[in-house]
Ligand binder design. Sequence first.
Ligand SMILES: [Fe+2]
Ligand SMILES: [Fe+2]
Length: 251
Amino acid sequence: MLTLSARTTVAELMTGPPVLYSKLKSTGIFRDGDDPEVMIGQLCWNFGLNPAILLAMLEDAMATAIVPPLDIAPYQDMDLGALVDHIEHTHHAYLREVMPKLVANTSKLAEAHADNEQLAQLRDEFHRLATELDGHIHHEEESLFAMVRDLAASTAIRATRCGDSVGGPITCMENEHAEAQRTLNKMRALTDNYAIPTTRTTRLWHDTMTELERFDRDLQEHMYKENEALFPRALEAQQGQGQEQPQAATA
Ligand SMILES: [Fe+2]
Ligand SMILES: [Fe+2]
């Protein structure tokens, strides 16, 4: 992953997410056709701009660009039952496989670099997130996904411990997604977007940052599919079923 500093050249910056170059051009200090071998720091000094300000702007842009926009359309067209199967088999299975490894590796990394406060905080944030996500996916499968499968089969929703309506669990899941997103933001800030340090780096450090970046990307895609496709469609299906039931009773 690209690590930005005042010594980063524009050419190097152009190898990162496209939003970086767009952000640089939006400042007006670099235009298409200018020499891309110039360093960001030099460019800023030429225009009387503090490089730290530009670097902060670029890092903000990179944080939001870490996940490319996901084309949600295929998930909006997918059968509801197939959609929950997909989420379980792809994203829940990945979390169950990777979280124990990352719990162990973030602990080992913090222990191996006991003088690094950020790694200790990263371990604590990740461990808390893993515990919360473990409960979250179990809760989804046991209650919400079971209800969605009933809706997909056009049968009455069987009551779960969360009742017999998808509205309650969806609100709960959305709140937990927002909390998970806040933790991802903290983890990115602590690791400079999962940057692998150029000095003192070890195989463990490299592997942990690489897997954390993948975890972040997967979790965002996972939550995006649920928030933008599954939840609205489940509510819509429930509403549709609720409208059909009285008609059937009248008939
Ligand atoms: Fe999920
Ligand atoms: Fe979820």
